[in-house]
Design a binder for this molecule. Structure first.
Ligand code: ADP
Ligand code: MG
Length: 336
């Protein structure tokens, strides 16, 4: 990993970094079975070396997709059937084990990041209009409205006890959008393993998870992509359980008065976090990777890097000016 980050830093320096990061994959041609399904509002791809035979591999991939689609429904803020929707609209306690597990991890991340990650931001996300794609509903809210929405938030008002999620007061609304995708990828990986798959690469918009290798001795290669031109600027070799999640200011946003307003909100101010363009978190646990990319985005580059170094996490941050920084020292640069 160190080598990779060195490579990234060198590349960034060479290119005069002006890119935001997204994740993609390079794979050897031929022996990989690859399937794609639309879910979580994006295309999901699963790649598996064809060791079990095409039929068994294809069936395993479909089973993983089915599990992921089932979870996608459970976490939806807009589907009236979902546990999250019923909690938000009918005050129904959450007893679903998957949703409760995600809420539990979310609370751990909130605690670890001083509340930078907060799944009670739902009233704010709604106010900013990020649950629709219609441009007309996206506008900068008045300070009064932001204040009113902020008053409804606060992760400490969530009560998780014996696998049951309730809230300390009736105004609390949940949005698991900052962590659900990571959990879903992890469950997809588990479903593949349960079907006998020994290696796989799972991809969705902004996040990748791997286990095993693409072929004996050949790691999966995960590209960090330049979303502006679809080119790749670096690749990360993964040869074991590993993942990378990226949060960026370019995924969902609108512009007003020359300012970009995006969907990652600072729970302390109620406004989009300002100091970061993109954060990638490289770590084996996909739910943590997903939650942390959002949290570290909010914290801003300086605090994100300090957090990463304290915990031995691999993190790549691009600040608002487009400067790339990695959480580990760059030995190549030190040698000069
Ligand atoms: P994606 O990759 O799907 O864009 P991210 O991991 O970047 O997701 O998370 C962004 C989503 O998280 C937002 O769309 C919103 O639903 C939710 N969110 C926004 N701000 C926060 C926050 N401070 N804490 C937790 N969740 C947030
Ligand atoms: Mg996230």
């Amino acid at each position: 990993m160190k080598k990779t980050l060195v490579l990234l830093a060198a590349l960034a320096a060479a290119l005069g970094w002006a890119y935001a990061l997204r994740s993609g994959a390079f794979t050897p041609k031929g022996k990989i079975i690859k399937r794609t399904r639309f879910m979580m509002n994006t295309l999901c791809t699963i790649q598996v070396p064809n060791d079990l035979g095409a039929r068994a591999t294809g069936a395993a991939i479909e089973r993983a997709f089915d599990r992921m689609a089932e979870l996608d429904k459970k976490f939806s803020v807009t589907n009236p059937e979902s546990a999250v929707y019923k909690f938000n609209h009918d005050r129904a306690p959450i007893t679903d084990p998957d949703v409760a597990a995600v809420a539990g991890t979310a609370l751990e991340v909130s605690r670890a990041t001083g509340g930078a990650f907060d799944i009670t931001v739902q009233p704010l996300v709604d106010l900013w209009g990020f649950y629709t794609t219609s441009a007309s509903s996206q506008a900068v809210p008045s300070p009064e409205k932001i204040k009113a929405a902020l008053a409804k938030t606060g992760w400490r008002r969530i009560i998780l006890k014996d696998g049951r999620v309730t809230a300390a007061d009736p105004e609390v609304r949940l949005d698991l959008g900052g962590i659900a995708k990571g959990y879903i990828l992890g469950e997809g990986a588990k479903a593949l393993k349960a079907a006998g798959v020994k290696s796989a690469l799972l991809l969705t918009g902004g996040q990748v998870q791997s286990f095993g290798t693409a072929a004996p001795g050949l790691p999966w290669k995960v590209g960090l992509r330049n979303p502006r031109n679809d080119g790749y600027v670096a690749s990360l070799p993964f040869d074991s359980e590993m993942g990378v999640a990226t949060a960026g200011d370019y995924e969902r946003y609108f512009e007003a008065g020359g300012v970009r307003y995006h969907h990652i909100l600072d729970p302390k101010t109620g406004y989009p976090a300002r100091k970061t363009m993109s954060v990638s978190v490289i770590t084996p646990d996909p739910a943590w990777a997903d939650a942390l990319d959002t949290a570290l985005f909010v914290l801003g580059p300086e605090r994100a890097l300090a957090f990463a170094r304290e915990r031995g996490l691999d993190v790549i941050v691009i600040d608002a000016a487009g400067k790339i920084q990695t959480s580990r020292e760059n030995p190549a640069r030190n040698k000069k």
